[in-house]
Design a protein around this ligand. Structure first.
Ligand code: GLV
Ligand code: MN
Ligand code: MN
Ligand code: MN
Length: 410
């Protein structure tokens, strides 16, 4: 059983086929959570899993559990998985890899006629990206008891459509209660989404921790008025205030190096007309750091700095931290299985902290969990140019297989 290897070409072909659903001209993918395209991606995954002999369960957050029976089906499964939703200008690998790596493991075990002691599951977590429905990782969060179901289902997009309505519309509001199953362990394979592995010529990232995140929503209100007759000194320009806060956010990130990340990624200007002084601006802030204390200091600096800016610019501010996901240490027994699998397979590897958020961060609260990273080209992700090498993807999937087998048979 030690010699089995996954099928590199089949994994690659499945990634490319899934990537066609929402495929973009630049070779990326736009498959936002709970859109018709997300439904198509889910349907394809379910079809492939059924063909691989799995039974399918969908819960009320639309999380999909594809189960391959084991010798003793009274035991909790060893689970794998990630997400199928993407960013608006996303790639073909972020999330999808972790899902299809799980499927590839089922196909490999079937082909080899291998039965594991515990059942295995591959999970698709709904709306990991949080791009359409903030916050990120919301459905694994409900599963782990971080959020309640009502909170999850009421998350709304910028048009006011809720996750609950959209889940029903696409037919993925399942019957199972969310969180009503136990995992013996959970493993998520993912592209690194940063440059470290590629720079150091390492094929496998053994992920020991994930950094914490704080997300904010800020609305600044000034006064709309005519861009011609309104004198500069009397203006209450909400966009000028927002621009200063963007500067502040960037400075906070720079002042907390190494490791801090600080981003304003979304902004809406009202009324967004070239000859009207902007009366209102809505924007988001994303702060990340592996140390909760530093994140706290960044939070303080943002609150104090933003208050000063709006006072000076004569604006009103609605300021809300909408999400805090603390730093996550992964379980030593799972981290060491990933390390050992990489060693046994003779693959170059290093330990690392995840810069991105992943469903594994929440599942770590309810099951021993860890992650396997593989390199992506130039570390580029959340971009249509996201690329990964078929050999690296296969190597990561083989590591995943070994780690999963150790827990499923041990
Ligand atoms: C989502 O992919 C995130 O890590 O922000
Ligand atoms: Mn992802
Ligand atoms: Mn992502
Ligand atoms: Mn992510």
């Amino acid at each position: 059983m030690n010699d089995i290897r996954i099928n590199k070409q089949r994994l690659w072909d499945s990634l490319m086929e899934m990537g066609e659903i929402g495929g973009t001209e630049k070779g990326g993918c736009c498959r936002l959570a709970l859109t018709d395209l997300d439904k198509q991606g889910r349907d394809l995954f379910v079809k492939w899993c059924e063909e691989a002999g799995c039974s399918i369960t969908v819960d009320k957050m639309g999380n999909i559990f594809a189960r391959r029976p084991g010798k003793d089906n009274s035991l909790p499964p060893v689970a794998m998985g990630s997400h199928l939703d993407t960013q608006p200008t996303g790639g073909k690998f972020d999330g999808v890899y972790g899902v299809l790596a799980g499927l590839e493991i089922f196909r490999t075990l079937n082909e080899q006629g291998i039965e594991t002691q515990t059942p295995l599951e591959t999970v698709v977590w709904t709306n990991e990206e949080g791009s359409r429905f903030p916050p990120a990782m919301v459905s694994s969060g409900v599963f782990a008891g971080v959020f309640d179901l009502e909170y999850g289902l009421s998350r709304a997009d910028l048009d006011g459509k809720t996750m609950g309505d959209e889940l029903r519309r696409i037919g993925y509001y399942g019957e199972a209660e969310v969180g009503d199953r136990e995992f013996k362990a959970f493993f998520e394979a993912h592209i690194e989404q940063g440059p470290i592995l590629e720079d150091e010529h390492k094929q496998i990232g053994v992920v020991t921790d994930a950094q914490g995140q704080r997300w904010y929503e800020i609305t600044l209100t000034g006064q709309e008025s005519h861009a011609g007759p309104t004198p500069m000194p009397s203006r209450r320009d909400a966009l000028v205030g927002a621009a200063r806060i963007v500067e502040l956010v960037n400075r906070i990130g720079m002042e907390n190096q190494p490791n801090a990340c600080a981003t304003v990624g979304l902004m809406q200007v009202f009324p967004n007309s070239r000859n009207v002084i902007p009366g209102q601006v809505f924007f988001t802030v994303d702060f990340r750091h592996p140390d909760a204390k530093v994140l706290e200091r960044m939070d303080q600096a943002l609150r104090e700095g933003a208050a000063g800016i709006v006072e000076e610019a004569k604006l009103e501010m609605a300021f809300e931290q909408i999400w805090y996901s603390p730093p996550v240490p992964f379980a030593e027994q799972c981290v060491s299985s990933v390390r050992k699998a990489a060693e046994d397979l003779g693959l170059s590897h290093r330990e690392m902290v995840s810069g991105a958020g992943h469903d594994a961060c929440y599942i770590a609260r309810v099951a021993p969990t860890s992650m396997v990273f593989v390199p992506c080209e130039k570390g580029i992700s959340h971009n249509e140019l996201e690329r990964a090498d078929a050999d690296d993807l296969a190597a990561g999937c083989n590591v995943l297989l070994k780690a999963v087998l150790e827990h499923a048979n041990g």
